[in-house]
Structure formats: structure tokens, C-alpha cells
Design a binder for this molecule. Sequence first.
Ligand SMILES: C[S@@+](CC[C@H](N)C(=O)[O-])C[C@H]1O[C@@H](n2cnc3c(N)ncnc32)[C@H](O)[C@@H]1O
Length: 241
Amino acid sequence: MSNIVDLCKRVALIPLTAVTENPNYKYQKIALALKNTDDFPAIAAEFQIPETLLREQFDAGFDIPSYRFKRDGAFFKWLVDNKATFKGMSWLDVGADFGCVSAYISAIIESTDMKLCDIAIRPKHNFEIRQFDGKSLDYEDKSFDIVLFSFVLHHASSSTIQLLKDARRISRKHMFVLEDPKETAQDDIWGYYHDKSGVFRSLKEWRSLFDLLGFDIAAEQALSPEVHSRHFFHLVRRDDS
Ligand SMILES: C[S@@+](CC[C@H](N)C(=O)[O-])C[C@H]1O[C@@H](n2cnc3c(N)ncnc32)[C@H](O)[C@@H]1O
């Protein structure tokens, strides 16, 4: 029954988006508001995350797990499938916002060894978050197993390359990047409305940039293409690959 209701809600959203030809964030927000929480048990089971954590994030207003795991499920599933590699590792979450992604990663890889930073700090959030200038990462060389950028780099615009150089310096080996690539006409429109001063790049350009900066792509995967393209990269420092 809930599947039929969900389908009806989704169908109702199509003309809204089509009329304006603007897959703007506000329409995503309508979709989010229409979501329910019936699928928390299924998400918890599939992604090895306690249902209580999903509920906490939702109740605190930090996240909408039904949307997050539908959208970025391929990333979290990949992490579950590769848990043996990443179990117990440390990470830096750059542009952590509420810290939800780190809360989920923490549950999956069974580690609380993390640091979070962002250019702006929310009044309420998960974990301690350090405010920084968004231009460079002044952490010690090789101080984290993983550096994570989850839908952040396009906002960094002209600081993106410096952040990636720093990420390579401070990571012992891994980097996870989730991005909104510029691949389709919808992506062009979405990027424009999402952040007018952001820099959105094609997958080809991201791959070239990672290569130029000394990363090998160990894995990459398209995430849910609802409204616009999304992509996940697992990068490895070239000297360690
Ligand atoms: C779309 S949110 C993503 C939040 C979180 N990483 C996630 O996936 O849920 C983008 C975040 O990037 C942060 N941000 C914007 N510019 C940044 C920069 N130059 N360096 C670090 N974070 C930045 C914003 O403050 C915001 O928290």
C-alpha cells in the first residue's frame, strides 16, 4: 500500500518539474516532505545501520534517511560490501554540515575515529565540527585513512584544487568523493539553481583532475540519477596504489 502511495506522490511531482523545466531544489524539498519513514527497518537491514540512528537523524531534523539512502544508496552499499577494507579506519569529513554522512559511515565501518570541518557550523549537529575557511586543510601529513567530500567540492569553486591537493597530503591512502557531475541538460539547470557561484564539472573533467593531482580511481559508480546526475569516486593516492 505504501508503495502505491509513494508512486502516486512521485507521479504528482512530474508535472510540477516539467512545467517549469526547472529541477530546482525546492521541488526536491517537496518530494522530501512527502516521504514517510516506513522504510527505516529495510534501510537499517540493508545498510547495517541501527534503525535508532536513522530515527534520531530524522527526528532531530538533520536528515531524511529515506531520501538519502534512495539517492546515495549505491555509495553506502559499496561501503558495506567493502567493510573488511575500511573497518576501524579514521576519516576527515570536509563540508560535514550536520554530520549525518559521518554518523552512517561510523555505524558501517565500526569506527568513531573521525574529524569534521565545515565553513559554517549549524546550531545543532552530530559530533564536534571545526569551522575553517574552506580554502585549505591545515591537518598534519597522512593524518587520516580517508578524506571525504560528500557533495562539497562544487561549492568550493576556485578552492577545489587546493582542497584536493591538501586532501592528498593529509590522507594516508583513500579519498571518497560524492559529486553532482555536469553531464546532461538537466544537470546544467540544476547546478545553476543549486549554487550560482559553484563550479560543476563533467565526469571527464573530474577524472582528469584526480589523475593530475595524483589519485588513481579505484572504484566509481553512478548514484541515483533522480532529477540530476550524481556520482561516487573511491580514489587512492597514486604512490600507495
Ligand atoms: C550539500 S551540503 C553537503 C553536506 C554533507 N557533506 C552531506 O553530504 O550531507 C554542502 C556542504 O559543503 C559546505 N561547504 C561549502 N563550501 C565549502 C568549502 N569551500 N569547504 C568545505 N565545505 C564547504 C557547506 O557549508 C555545506 O555544509
